[in-house]
Design a protein around this ligand. Structure first.
Ligand code: F6P
Length: 362
């Protein structure tokens, strides 16, 4: 019997979302004869019953495009809904019943939810309400413990690595220290991977509080070797020993209101007092999430999309597709939440980087 599938993308956009949508729709129509609609702007569209019909024409040519054709929001938690009305945050409380009723009205059999931990927490809660849910893991931060890799991460690492190469030439030309701040919230995966790939001299992670003096020592050591510049990568959630997180903004209508930012600028000011160099900071920001997905993320997205269809066809709901030992697999949404994957200070890559002379500030 044909099924009607609703798709939504929640949280921050990540390169690869369109490739998943394209795979779900094209392969779902061709192989299983499913019908698709896409809710606009994540859970907001589900609440407002705003959706578009998704057929092969609608998803044609999107595989390689960044962002999400369905748009996304990292605000609308319908289980504890806050909206801004006339500039004021108004708490609406639990409005999830509206979403369930909208799904029923449209005859949606399965809701396929593409998102990170916030979005998937709601996915789990809809599954608990009896909605047939299949989750697909997305985040550039790569911090979901229930899967080995999320799409978006590989692209973000490529972008940061390319940009480290660019600041490298300026640092070298001007004998400067340049500190590049990267995303990842409390997880240092983007900083660690790009720092190693981009030949950083110092990598500062949220998981390893750093000493500014240790960073200065590395710069002075390079000076003594005649290398009169340095590249430092810092994760936005990194802080010095006993120091504070750098917060750039509090988004009051977001379930996870704190936005990080400023870690590099703060360190630059402190480091400049300790070394004989001009120290500059660069915050890469949303550049890391923008543009086309890497080839690796496109392939991963296709694999996730196709596996999600297999779960739907098998009637395996309340689950998220996941990568396990390099193979496509799935895991209960109940086991996805709260299993954040952080960099261990003893991680093989951290040890390898230290052996290469990269300093982590500890
Ligand atoms: O979770 C993805 C992410 O890009 C984080 O790395 C970053 O801290 C956050 O989202 C930024 O959110 P926003 O797009 O709301 O500024």
């Amino acid at each position: 019997m044909s099924k009607k599938i609703g798709i939504l993308t929640g949280g921050g956009d990540a390169p690869g979302l369109n490739a998943v949508i394209s795979t779900l729709v094209k392969a779902g129509i061709r192989q299983y004869g499913y019908e698709f609609i896409g809710y606009k702007m994540g859970y907001r569209g589900l609440y407002r019953n705003e959706f578009i019909k998704l057929d092969e024409a609608a998803v044609s040519g999107i595989m390689h495009r960044g962002g999400t054709m369905l748009q996304s929001s990292n605000k609308d938690n319908l289980f504890d809904y806050t909206v801004i009305e006339n500039g004021v945050a108004v708490k609406k409380g639990d409005v999830s019943g509206v979403a369930v009723e909208n799904l029923r009205k449209e005859g949606v059999d399965v809701l396929c939810i593409l998102g990170g931990d916030g979005t998937l927490t709601s996915a789990r809660d809809y599954a608990r309400l009896g909605v047939n849910v299949v989750g697909v893991p997305k985040t550039i931060d790569n911090d979901l413990g229930a899967t080995e890799a999320t799409f978006g991460f590989d692209t973000a690492v490529d972008i940061v690595t390319e940009n480290l190469g660019r600041v490298h030439t300026t640092a070298e030309s001007h004998n400067r220290v340049i500190i590049v701040e990267v995303m990842g919230r409390g997880a240092g995966w983007i900083a660690l991977y790009s720092g190693i790939a981009g030949s950083a001299d110092v990598i500062l992670l949220p998981e390893i509080p750093y000493s500014v003096e240790k960073v200065a020592e590395k710069v002075r050591q390079r000076d003594a070797e005649g290398k009169l510049f340095a590249i430092i990568v810092i994760g936005e959630g990194a802080k010095s020993v006993g120091g504070e997180l750098s917060v750039s903004k509090v988004v009051v209508d977001s379930p996870d209101p704190v936005r990080f930012g400023g870690a590099a600028a703060k360190l630059a000011a402190e480091l400049e007092l300790l070394v004989d160099h001009e120290v500059r900071s660069v915050q890469l920001g949303h550049i890391q999430r923008g543009g086309e997905p890497s080839a690796g993320d496109r392939v991963l997205s296709v694999r996730y999309g196709y596996k999600a269809l297999e779960l739907i066809e098998a009637g395996e709901f309340g689950r998220m597709v996941s990568l396990k030992n390099g193979e496509m697999s799935s895991v209960s949404l109940e086991d996805v939440i709260g299993s954040n994957k952080l960099v261990s200070p003893d991680d093989e890559l951290v040890r390898a980087a230290k052996a290469l002379g990269i300093v982590f500030g500890d």
